[in-house]
Ligand binder design. Structure first.
Ligand SMILES: Cc1cc2nc3c(=O)[nH]c(=O)nc-3n(C[C@H](O)[C@H](O)[C@H](O)COP(=O)(O)O)c2cc1C
Length: 205
């Protein structure tokens, strides 16, 4: 993080007009901005990429996603529950993080990851959230304590597409604050480590 404004990348949605997972992701990114972050959204259209394969030429969309994730101080993922799990679109996008396997910050290392599952019933929200947590752990990310399960059958959106349900809004806002707050804590930790290293170096000379 180069200044006091963490950079948060959101990926999610389905590309379906009126996608509920995209709507809740947009809400979280707006909440991150209210917390002082800058954000970039990768929606269903932006994530519509060829199946990940090792060594193939990367499309412009894949290059843009990985460039943003490399710069990210935090990540938010909003997946629909498809047949009890993460959608293929989201999983495929996350598989592209293999291009970060040899980065100084491997995959999502050192970054908080806020997780949201949206499905037409509670059962798939639970299983999808559990899978998102497992994927985040595999990518060395730090799932935030708050994760949000959204039942898209319930009337939680206003006519303009914004999230109108007070309970869901409160949970999404807490998730946003945790992602941004973790990024700030990491930045302070980096400063403290650099300062301690400088003091050690001065003591040695
Ligand atoms: C291919 C497919 C599989 C789905 N599987 C499930 C499921 O297993 N359980 C469930 O509750 N909803 C399921 N749904 C419903 C979606 O999770 C739900 O409509 C969600 O809101 C879709 O996200 P979106 O609004 O962002 O498009 C499925 C929908 C599709 C298209």
């Amino acid at each position: 993080m180069s200044d006091a404004s963490p950079f948060i990348v959101g990926l999610g949605g389905t590309g379906r007009p009126g996608s509920s997972s995209e709507r809740v992701l947009r809400h979280v990114l707006a909440a991150c901005e209210r917390e002082g972050a800058t954000t970039e959204l990768f929606d269903g259209a932006a994530l519509d990429m060829p199946m990940y394969a090792f060594g193939t030429e990367r499309t412009d969309k894949a290059t843009a996603l990985i460039a943003a994730l490399r710069r990210a101080d935090g990540v938010v993922i909003a997946s629909p529950g498809y047949h009890g799990s993460v959608s293929g679109l989201i999983k495929n996008a996350l598989d592209y993080t293999e291009d970060m396997a040899k980065d100084p910050l491997v995959y999502f290392e050192g970054r908080a990851v806020g997780l949201i599952a949206v499905a037409a019933g509670w059962q798939a929200t639970g299983t999808t959230l559990a899978t998102l947590r497992a994927i985040t752990h595999a990518l060395r990310g730090w799932p935030t304590p708050m994760a949000v399960a959204v039942n898209s059958v319930l009337p939680i959106f206003a006519d303009d597409g914004s999230v109108s349900d007070a309970g869901i809004t409160a949970q999404l806002d807490v998730l946003a604050a945790q992602v941004v707050g973790f990024a700030r804590m990491r930045a302070l930790d980096d400063l403290a480590r650099a300062s301690a290293a400088a003091e050690r170096a001065a003591g040695d000379s």
